[in-house]
Design a protein. Structure first.
Length: 200
């Protein structure tokens, strides 16, 4: 399962402020919370996540991969139509830790939608260089699941990033590959299951 907790270092995190951003009816980002900005800074997002670089831009500029965009298009359309909240698990990993989060997507006034993320668990690990920002990369691509952050080795075979580094012999290459995003089979099924529970 994509949310299986590997190892014994998994710990519940102390409650923290939710990271919140809001989009308008045209799917443009209209606000981000202070905790969202702090989280971005802690993860070395740099100027790319400064409010001036984000506000009034379509949320689709920040969702990579056709499958992932299509999934969220379906979710947002039904949230606006049915006025229901959807809760999804996902991961937002750093090189040295796995982060398990919960995302609540809620309809609010004037067809706006609020995205509120909370960290549920964190798991320390040896740093995985392929997840580092700002390093030189080759023209080659590897595919990572947008939800569980596993890497595709072959069709329907997805593994943790550190296992992918070994299996794909990435450190034998002069530069690490770029990362593209999609949805693994299990996360697509999990997401559609949550969708069906909410809207049917």
């Amino acid at each position: 399962m994509p949310w299986e907790k590997a190892g014994s270092s998994m710990k519940s995190r102390e409650p923290v402020s939710k990271c919140i951003h809001i989009i308008d009816k045209l799917d443009r980002i209209i606000s981000v919370s202070e905790s969202w900005l702090l989280f971005a800074q802690e993860n070395q997002a740099g100027e790319s996540c400064h409010p001036d670089k984000i506000i009034n831009r379509p949320i689709w500029d920040f969702i990579d991969g056709d499958e992932t965009q299509q999934f969220y298009e379906i979710i947002l359309k039904n949230i606006r139509t049915e006025h229901k909240t959807v809760t999804l698990p996902f991961r937002c990993d750093a090189p040295e830790k796995r982060r398990y989060l919960e995302l609540k997507i809620t309809p609010i006034q004037q067809e706006n939608i609020e995205f509120a993320s909370s960290i549920i668990h964190e798991e320390l690990r040896d740093a995985v260089k392929i997840l580092e920002l700002g390093i030189a990369r080759s023209d080659k691509l590897i595919r990572m699941c947008s939800m569980c952050k596993k890497v595709e080795l072959s069709e329907n075979t997805w593994v943790e990033a550190e296992s992918a580094v070994i299996s794909l012999k990435l450190f034998e290459q002069s530069k690490l590959p770029q990362i593209s995003h999609g949805l693994c089979t299990e996360c697509f099924k999990l997401g559609m299951s949550e969708f069906e529970k909410t809207f049917t």
